[in-house]
Unconditional design. Structure first.
Lengths: 251, 371
């Protein structure tokens, strides 16, 4: 698989303080790539530089052969963006918002189709402020994909969602990948990265400190002689929760 | 050509959606349509009723002659005199005059209107007024003097070699309300074009709505243009409502060409909206937007002739205020709507609006930020 995104030596400073300290990585076409890290590690800033929202201070990002800082307008047409807290204007129907976002790319679309993809058919005439958190995230995904982008950026898509909504979103991300769209997401939920991502970069303090498949990362740790204090159970508390409350969405 | 249409496509869709959004927003409807109407009713009530002069007077009749009683009755029916019938002695009249609740008191002394030994009724009425009410008092003396002359002529025929007669021409001069109306319209346009975006944009930024839009390829000019398009529709609608109310309830005399007026108001809305887009587009939050918008709007509100005509100001202030963006708007609306002027006659107004148009949009594009 060829690389669709190549980031080299990317830096960003705010008020003299460097928050992204020269990171390099590449993302293969069609993979789900995770950027993992604690709050303040620089995940969002990294994403926003590649998304053209923030100017790149130093280094380079090449997306689908296009230099992000040299041709941001071209980049916008081939990426889909889901910000951390998706915000849409109030008193506007979902189908109107879909049409609006499509028009921004010069496209006229059938809004119902996109809403059906994320299970919001019945909400087509509702306003965005009436949606639950999970519905809002799903709608935000639909709005970001109206122009069939090549790369889809998701910034902490499952933060604040209940386990049912989170699992539903994972399924959705898999669906998106099946359509051939490369997904780059940030998260601080480790099991999310483990379940969803083909490869993850672990970021801390503005630097990438590890990058590999989740399995390999665990292997490397075990190879160093790491042992959990507790014997690993075959199920976690979350598995218990899902078993008791079911997988059905609650919104 | 096709490329241009493609670029205008998102403008149309965004404008349509924001019109729908406006339709669903009772608060926005209130501030653009109802709020200006409240001012219209207040000022229409002040100036609308005929526009004639009247005096608030006390009538103190100390005579019991038929002539005096007749005079009192006629005064009560008169449109010029508003008789305060609760007063029957000079002291309480004086008390009310001190508080400016009365303009003057007319005293008919005992024996007024009786024959008093002569062949016809006679007597001298007194008009009492305070120092502060000299003008009203003296005018009232003149009015009564004229009335009495007419009465006198009936009793004693006299030969009058020189007379003067006033003749009203057919040209309708501007009623006070006509003058005020264009100012009120200007006031409502400010609310719509400046306070609207100044309130809305920082809020959209706070929620991150603009930021989300900025990730799409839409350009600032396209976003601005969609705003302009929807605001022009809303503005013309709001203005139409005000014209209808002013015409049917307060007898506004609209003499100008409606299409020319619509064109002029559209141009004015676009220009004034540029001010709102510049302030709202620049401000990061409401705390930045509010003081700046007040700084820009208040001078215009008071100096451009919204609530009182500019000709009442000292000359130097007239010269300065002539260049405020709102002044040519209000003047132009008045010239077309109530004086029947045409766009061709409005060179100075159109020129000034054109200059401001360039200036405000130049600034608006430079300072705009999506978050």
């Amino acid at each position: 698989m060829k690389d669709i995104l190549k980031v080299s030596d990317l830096t960003k400073s705010y008020g003299g303080k460097q928050v992204v300290k020269g990171i390099s990585f590449s993302v293969k076409q069609g993979e789900i790539f995770g950027i993992l890290g604690p709050n303040g590690a620089g995940k969002t800033t990294t994403l926003e530089m590649i998304e053209t929202i923030r100017p790149i201070d130093g280094g380079q990002a090449i997306l689908n052969g296009i230099d992000v800082s040299k041709n941001p307008q071209k980049i916008k047409y081939i990426i889909g963006v889901q910000p951390q807290t998706p915000a849409f204007q109030d008193k506007t129907k979902l189908k109107e918002l879909i049409e609006m976002f499509a028009s921004a790319y010069g496209e006229k679309v059938n809004a119902a189709e996109f809403l059906a993809d994320v299970g919001l058919t019945e909400k087509a005439d509702s306003f965005v402020e009436t949606l639950s958190g999970g519905q809002r995230q799903r709608f935000s995904i639909a709005a970001a994909l109206v122009h069939s982008p090549k790369v889809f950026f998701m910034d902490e898509p499952t933060t604040g969602l209940d386990p049912q909504a989170r699992r539903n979103l994972w399924d959705l991300v898999e669906e998106i990948r099946k359509k051939g769209i490369t997904v780059i997401l940030t998260t601080h939920y480790l099991e999310e990265a483990e379940v969803l991502c083909d490869r993850v970069a672990i970021m801390d303090d503005g630097k990438i400190i590890a990058l590999d498949t989740p399995k390999n990362l665990v292997k490397q740790l075990l190879a160093k002689g790491f042992k959990k204090k507790q014997v690993v159970e075959q199920a976690s508390l979350e598995d218990v929760f899902i078993d008791l409350t079911g997988k059905a969405l609650r919104d | 050509m096709k490329g241009m249409f493609k670029k205008l496509f998102p403008v149309g869709v965004f404008a349509k959606v924001s019109l729908n959004r406006y339709r669903r927003d009772p608060l926005a409807l209130f501030f653009t349509v109802v709020f200006p109407l409240i001012f219209l009713f207040i000022f229409g009530g002040l100036f609308g009723s005929g526009g004639g002069v009247s005096f608030r007077v006390a009538l103190i009749n100390q005579s019991n002659s038929d002539f005096a009683n007749n005079f009192v009755q006629q005064a009560k029916d008169s449109k010029v005199l508003k008789v305060d019938s609760g007063i029957n002695n000079l002291d309480s009249a004086k008390e009310k005059m001190k508080r400016s609740e009365l303009d003057a008191a007319i005293v008919l002394p005992a024996g007024f209107g009786a024959t008093n030994g002569k062949a016809y009724p006679n007597g001298q009425a007194q008009v009492v007024y305070t120092q502060n009410n000299q003008q009203a008092g003296q005018t009232l003396v003149t009015v009564l003097d004229g009335e009495f002359k007419g009465v006198n002529a009936k009793f004693v025929s006299t030969d009058v070699p020189f007379t003067v007669v006033g003749e009203q021409t057919n040209d309708q001069s501007l009623k006070q309300f006509d003058y005020t109306f264009s100012g009120l319209l200007g006031f409502s346009l400010i609310g719509l074009c400046i306070f609207g975006p100044v309130n809305v944009f920082p809020e959209l930024k706070r929620q991150g709505v603009l930021r989300r839009i900025s990730t799409t390829p839409i350009k600032v000019w396209q976003y601005f243009m969609s705003n302009v398009a929807s605001q022009v529709v809303i503005g013309l609608g709001a203005v139409l409502v005000q014209f209808l109310v002013a015409t049917f309830l307060f007898h506004l005399n609209l003499v100008g060409n409606v299409l020319e007026l619509a064109f002029f108001i559209t141009l004015s809305i676009i220009m004034l909206l540029g001010i709102g887009l510049a302030i709202g587009g620049w401000a990061k939050n409401a705390r930045q937007a509010a003081p700046l918008s007040n700084l820009v709007v208040f001078p215009m509100m008071f100096l451009s002739g919204t609530f009182f005509p500019r000709f009442l100001m000292p000359e130097w202030l007239q010269n300065v205020s002539a260049f405020l963006p709102l002044t040519p708007v209000i003047d132009g609306i008045r010239l077309i709507a109530t004086e029947g002027k045409h766009l061709i006659d409005l060179g100075p107004q159109l020129g000034l609006i054109g200059i401001w148009l360039v200036v405000v949009y130049f600034v608006a594009f430079r300072v705009f930020r999506w978050e």
